[in-house]
Design a protein around this ligand. Sequence first.
Ligand code: HEM
Ligand SMILES: *[C@@H]1O[C@H](CO)[C@@H](O)[C@H](O)[C@H]1NC(C)=O
Ligand SMILES: *[C@@H]1O[C@H](CO)[C@@H](O)[C@H](O)[C@H]1NC(C)=O
Length: 318
Amino acid sequence: MAARVAIWVACVLVMVATCQGRLRVGYYHRKCPPAEYVVRDVVGKAVRQNPGVGAGIVRMFFHDCFVQGCDASVLLDPTPANPQPEKLGPPNFPSLRGFEVIDAAKSAVEKVCPGVVSCADIIAFAARDASFFLSGHRIRYKIPAGRFDGRVSLANETLAFLPPPFFNLTQLVGSFQAKGLDVDDLVVLSGAHTIGRSHCSSFTDRLSPPSDMNPALATVLRAKCPANPNFTNDPTVVQDVVTPDAMDNQYYKNVLAKNVLFDSDAALLSSPPTAAKVAAFARGKWERSFARAMVKLGGIEVKTAANGEIRRMCRIVN
Ligand code: HEM
Ligand SMILES: *[C@@H]1O[C@H](CO)[C@@H](O)[C@H](O)[C@H]1NC(C)=O
Ligand SMILES: *[C@@H]1O[C@H](CO)[C@@H](O)[C@H](O)[C@H]1NC(C)=O
């Protein structure tokens, strides 16, 4: 406690960026010069081996930032003191993947600069790098860093803040607004559904009429999915049937053709302004906007030295 007060006093006196929670591009430039290269190297190898983990990491960044801010709270394992962390919340378990890649990146970074680089920044870098590789290097951006890792992780907060796939546009806009993101960010970031997979249970309600899913896609999915998926029988299917592993603007063409899995995807057509954005991204120029929105996502409720730490291992608090 005394230490925390001292940190705050120091912050007020000198106003250093790390204390204020202001993120900075090149934050590790002097603290740990190889940090971003080391992460990119680990992520590149993992994504080449299995593009699916790249999709998992992009989603992980979203799920981290929407719950307790971008603070790596999603990485914490259950403990006797906290048996139900975010990781076990329904939106994350069992579907969220890529944790081993973050572990590998963290241990590679710890080898070169122990105790310097936060797990929260590693997720942000890794999501950026996964996007870079999956887009054939078309999505490239600098992301500010300097996030600290949180100590609080509660499964019940996942359902409170992460929008479920059956949300309508009003509800989606509301959940993004609650995190300081606007309707444009919603349209742009939904484009992440151009990669990765979904469990059948996330969309089975849309496979029988009335549904505005393209009937041809519904027929294909009915053949792949059980009528009533459950924990022991819940296959996965690709989200983008045209270019499943490519991070491109195909998602928006799929939305227009009603070839998308979720109500939340289809809902983007339910207002004239969002439908116009979908049509524009279907024509092109999505990547730059996506990069900007990922940076904005990465700024949500960031923790500082005053309320966070640099975890030694990403799965447990220090
Ligand atoms: C707009 C509200 C959103 C909803 C309702 C939503 C919902 C979902 C659902 C239900 C899945 C499938 C999970 C499963 O059953 O396995 C999924 C997958 C995915 N989501 Fe979202 N999502 C949203 C926004 C986002 C955002 C903002 C991003 C990232 C910027 C994102 C990235 C992904 C990725 C990459 C996958 C595939 C993951 C994998 O293959 O492991 N989603 N999403
Ligand atoms: C989650 O659970 C904790 C205690 O387990 C409680 O203090 C908190 O209010 C709950 N949050 C929500 C959003 O339900
Ligand atoms: C969206 O869902 C909410 C909650 O169920 C409902 O009150 C609202 O009318 C719906 N909005 C639209 C545009 O369908």
